[in-house]
Ligand binder design. Sequence first.
Ligand SMILES: NC(=O)c1ccc[n+]([C@@H]2O[C@H](COP(=O)([O-])OP(=O)(O)OC[C@H]3O[C@@H](n4cnc5c(N)ncnc54)[C@H](OP(=O)(O)O)[C@@H]3O)[C@@H](O)[C@H]2O)c1
Length: 340
Amino acid sequence: MSLDPLPIDPSLVPTRQLASGARMPAIGLGTFGSDSVSGETIAEAVLDAGRLGYRHFDCAAVYSNEHLIGPSFKKLIGDGIKREELWITSKLWNNKHAEQDVIPTFHQSLKDLQLDYLDLYLIHWPFPNFHPPGCDVNFHDPNAKPYIHENFMRTWRQLEKLVDEGLVRHIGTSNMTIPKLELVLRDARIRPACNEMELHPHFQQPALFDYVREQGIEAIGYCPLGSPGRPERDRTPEDTSPTEDPVILAIAKAHDVHPAEICLKWAVQRGQTPIPFSAKRRNYLANLRAVVEDPLTPAEMEAIQKLDRNCRLIKGQVFCWKDNQSWEDLWDVNGVITPA
Ligand SMILES: NC(=O)c1ccc[n+]([C@@H]2O[C@H](COP(=O)([O-])OP(=O)(O)OC[C@H]3O[C@@H](n4cnc5c(N)ncnc54)[C@H](OP(=O)(O)O)[C@@H]3O)[C@@H](O)[C@H]2O)c1
């Protein structure tokens, strides 16, 4: 008798229909190991998660594991999963925004991932800068730059070329704000299909979430569980944890599941696409199952909506472009792009 758990039928997993008509599975597996889980372990989790029913994977060059994950995709496709059933995202890192760097960097990700096209390619952050892997939160790149729209659009034009060449099906943004997106939407020839943003019950970003949806852009939610394993550099004393919230705990008890699963049910039912990370079979399987069975009631959805604390966990301090600058400058909190 096999002890392997039964896979979840991917056709039961909710999908989002994008402006292009393509369908993206409404939950994906994150692949950032928060500097503590090895690339090899993550690659094994990707393979196993694919065999258990995951079809959407959120990758990025800066996670330094695409070359390890590529063989997992190859095996999944070798197992008989059709390439078009998979949704694979990668992202352009901050030190590769220069026009001449974009296409070679993209090709490196494509090669590492052992694919011949990507479903989604994102500009990871709108700020060009460099910082060494695992650096301290106080690290400051003296050459870091603010958002300069003309430069961002030069990078974007390269992404548009990748779509023209059929190498990328959709392009998108990440860590954006409404004023920045307004400019991109004004000037883009190919509109962003998705915007990846931090989203969990303690950080619901209602204005940005509503804005992107009104614009026909899909909201992909990172840190959907409040990133309990995030690196030390991404922790501050004010941070709160949605999986420890008494309301979430009570709903979890009523459904007899882990609070993480309540965060994911809420995310999918609200209309965002969470990309939880886990390298533990028990957890990534539970996360996928959470979104195909036992939905939250309208009253539970409303109770969670009231938990928003505007608690941003990934503040991006290392991307500030001036010494002694507040991280809030990265997020245009006054509704206009923070001047250089
Ligand atoms: N675009 C961006 O700038 C950006 C920024 C951050 C993250 N991301 C993406 O978003 C993904 C998710 O974010 P994240 O990894 O920071 O945070 P997260 O998904 O909110 O949390 C992941 C943590 O939760 C634990 N976990 C997962 N499922 C669980 C369950 N069912 N029960 C209990 N614990 C569970 C995992 O530990 P175990 O491994 O022990 O299960 C891991 O420590 C990343 O992997 C990355 O792909 C993108």
